[in-house]
Design a protein around this ligand. Structure first.
Ligand code: AP5
Ligand code: MG
Length: 216
């Protein structure tokens, strides 16, 4: 198993980029946000405990995430290449991931750190629309669906994510700065961090990152 981590603020484009690159490379896109949203929808025990945290824009407790990823990795074939989008998000999660990687004879091969100005991030979150059925993501101006308000892939009506309200966005960005941003220095010290300018369009970023993922 080879693990590539996509790190960066809410709305910087982790999910969009990871989905495009997974399609290009055959890697598996692993979004903990999407896994948790599905758990909330299905009202599983993890989903029931996660809902309040997600609605407030706070992080779900580390223990819930580590158990979820342990179960996920136990079911993943040895040869898989994984794109982690949204995990780890705290130093204790990163330490737990090191232990899980040892347990499953895997390793973090590189950490793609996506960077963009706050104005770019706020514009991306403000215009985001998502498909509640298949999870596809769009943006009203940057990535518009072919028909306004309708998913290209499954024709379902698009919605605004419940944590994309202005007050929740503010909180998610503050939580990122306080609890997740320290991972940048943490992975830099380990010599696996690659900083990427996330402001261009996705295909341009994908070209740069595909090169790193192949050779990094
Ligand atoms: P999660 O779903 O991971 O949310 P997030 O980190 O807040 O990130 P987003 O999904 O909002 O942004 P993104 O970077 O993926 O951007 P996107 O590609 O959509 O987590 C949700 C919640 O779950 C958390 O708040 C927390 O409660 C919980 N959680 C998840 N993981 C956890 C963990 N490990 N520990 C604890 N709790 C956890 O792009 C945004 C918009 O911009 C889109 O509209 C897109 O179309 C557009 N766009 C993207 N790229 C470009 C581009 N290059 N040019 C123009 N537009 C672009
Ligand atoms: Mg995302």
């Amino acid at each position: 198993m080879k693990i590539v981590i996509f790190l960066g603020a809410p709305g910087v484009g982790k999910g969009t980029l990871a989905a495009v690159l997974a399609k290009r490379t055959g890697a598996q896109h692993v979004s903990t946000g999407a896994m948790l949203r599905e758990a909330v929808q299905r009202k599983t025990p993890a989903g029931v405990s996660a809902k309040g945290y997600m609605d407030r824009g706070e992080l779900v407790p580390d223990g819930v995430l580590v158990e979820m990823m342990d179960e996920f990795l136990a079911e993943t074939p040895q040869g898989a290449m994984l794109f982690f989008d949204g995990f780890p998000r705290t130093v204790p999660q990163a330490e737990a991931l090191d232990a899980l990687a040892r347990k499953f004879k895997s390793a973090v091969s590189c950490v793609i750190c996506l960077e963009a100005a706050e104005s770019v991030i706020l514009d991306r979150l403000g215009g985001r629309r998502v498909c509640p059925k298949c999870g596809a993501g769009f943006h009203v101006r940057n990535v518009p669906p072919k028909q306004a308000g309708v998913c290209d892939a499954c024709q379902s009506p698009l919605v605004i994510r419940s944590d994309d309200r202005p007050e929740t966005i503010k909180n998610r960005l503050a939580v990122y700065a306080e609890q997740t941003a320290p991972l940048v220095a943490w992975y830099e010290r380990q010599g696996v961090l690659k900083r990427i300018d996330a402001s261009p369009e996705t295909e341009i970023i994908a070209d740069a990152v595909a090169h790193i993922v192949r050779h990094g």
